[in-house]
Design a protein around this ligand. Structure first.
Ligand SMILES: [Zn+2]
Length: 221
């Protein structure tokens, strides 16, 4: 095989899921496609989580093993105070009709941190920032931006900016000074190698009580 194909395939390999033995362990900070009995899946393993989602369903059973959906935050859920801080920031910018952005990052040593971004462009229809250089053991977990007074949705620009490493992406809309989270418009999705998952049953801000981290990425204090 030529070297360009080897490079491409090594970046995002596809594995046939075995039926009669367990799936080989995925290395940290890697992603792979899995062809399973019911279709094509993507799996990502980061320092903060293990994520397995189906991309598309096969019209007939395939001769491979099965895979189960997973959204497990090994880091634990994000503390709500970080979300509240961004709501205040989004409301303040929204009051002037402007968009804004911030990141929530995590490392095993430092835990959760709120990262203020160096905003290069900030206006009514867009926000652009200098891409932060993170320390090797620190990962982006939640990329947040606001749409000012407009509704929350993922635009074509958002789709381009949400490529790359595994992370969650949150948009807040309908912002104005003093508005509580419940009064704001929100949209959240999981981004895995340019595939986006918005299913509200499995990916939402809040987790249902008592269950393993399968639903919701923010925890109460
Ligand atoms: Zn947007």
């Amino acid at each position: 095989m030529n070297r360009k194909d080897i490079l491409l395939q090594n970046h995002l390999p596809t594995l046939m899921v075995p039926q009669f033995e367990s799936l080989p362990e995925l290395q940290k900070n890697r992603s792979r496609l899995l062809i399973a009995d019911d279709g094509l899946w993507i799996e990502a393993k980061t320092a903060w989580g293990v994520l397995i989602k189906r991309i598309f369903e096969s019209p007939r059973p395939l001769p491979y093993g099965s895979v189960e959906e997973k959204t497990a935050l090994l880091s634990g859920a994000i503390p709500i105070r970080f979300l509240e801080r961004f709501v205040a920031q989004a409301n303040e910018s929204g009051q002037e009709g402007l968009e804004t952005a911030a990141w929530i990052i995590w490392s095993a040593d430092e835990g959760w941190q709120y990262l203020e971004l160096d905003l290069l462009v900030q206006n009514v229809g867009s926000v652009m920032f200098r891409w932060p250089e993170l320390a090797p053991e620190t990962s982006l977990v939640l990329d947040m931006h606001s749409h000012g007074r407009g509704p929350a949705f993922f635009s074509e620009t958002d789709n381009r900016s949400d490529q790359g490493t595994a992370h969650f992406s949150l948009v807040i809309g309908n912002c104005a000074k003093g508005r509580a989270l419940a009064e704001l418009d929100t949209a959240i999705r999981l981004c895995l190698s340019g595939f986006f998952f918005e299913d509200s049953e499995n990916i939402s801000l809040w987790k249902s009580s008592g269950k393993e981290m399968t639903c919701g990425i923010i925890s109460d204090p």
